[in-house]
Design a protein around this ligand. Structure first.
Ligand SMILES: [Zn+2]
Length: 231
């Protein structure tokens, strides 16, 4: 059985909190021990910090967070990932550039019930609208269709889900067949958005309620992503 997560004190640095959030995600069974990734904007305004690829996230430490200076980044264009950076670097780069004032974190995890709910065809935004425990604190965006992990297509579709025209930016979106991405004022804030959505997904699945629409395939997911990007 997993041990209870231990979160660092709120006063800890965002980078220490980022490591602590991944330890807690592993303890909750939301990632296998190398999965998940996180980025935190640099407090001095010079780019962001991102978790390394391939390291054990269940034991992520501050020395395994890589700094990507602002002069390496090109706004709106996915650049080649710096050596050693998370495989989802493009996703973090595009979302870090979209973060509203006061937000610093992009967190990507694979929570079981969030993924299971999408696999059962639930749109997480519609599902969450039935639960005030989520809607009071957390805006949920439209699902990102099934696209290859670490691809630029996934990064762009995810950025599109976080930038809906004429509505507020969501705090979290689900990635069909994959996981979720949350943003926050801190790593713990992003973690709490995941926790709320995961909890209601668990309740809906436990109820046995079924969604009636047709499951998306990878091919229809790619088509849906192209439609989002050309809208
Ligand atoms: Zn992933």
């Amino acid at each position: 059985m997993n041990t209870p997560p231990t979160l660092a004190p709120e006063s800890s640095t965002p980078i220490a909190q980022a490591c602590s959030a991944l330890h807690a995600a592993y303890a909750k069974g939301w990632i296998t021990h190398r999965d998940g990734n996180i980025s935190v904007s640099d407090a001095a305004g010079d780019g962001f910090w991102i978790s390394q690829s391939g390291v054990i996230k269940a034991q992520l430490n501050v020395a395994q967070m890589l700094h990507v200076p602002a002069d390496r980044l090109v706004p709106g264009r996915a650049i080649t990932a710096p050596a050693g950076a998370s495989g989802e670097f493009a996703l973090h780069q595009l979302l870090q550039a979209l973060l509203p004032a006061g937000f610093n974190t992009v967190l990507h995890l694979h929570p079981t019930h969030i993924v299971a709910a999408m696999f059962a065809n639930w749109d997480l935004r519609e599902l969450s609208e039935q639960f005030p425990e989520v809607t009071r604190y957390t805006r949920v965006g439209r699902n990102v269709p099934p696209l290859a992990a670490t691809s630029e297509e996934l990064a762009r579709a995810c950025a599109a889900s976080f930038a809906p025209p004429q509505s507020d930016m969501p705090h979290i979106v689900g990635l069909d067949r994959h996981g979720c991405v949350a943003i926050g004022h801190s790593p713990f804030d992003a973690f709490e958005h995941v926790e709320r959505l995961e909890h209601v997904c668990q309740m809906v699945l436990a109820s046995g309620a079924r969604h009636t629409t047709t499951a998306q395939t990878v091919a229809s997911g790619i088509k849906a992503a192209q439609a989002i990007q050309t809208a």
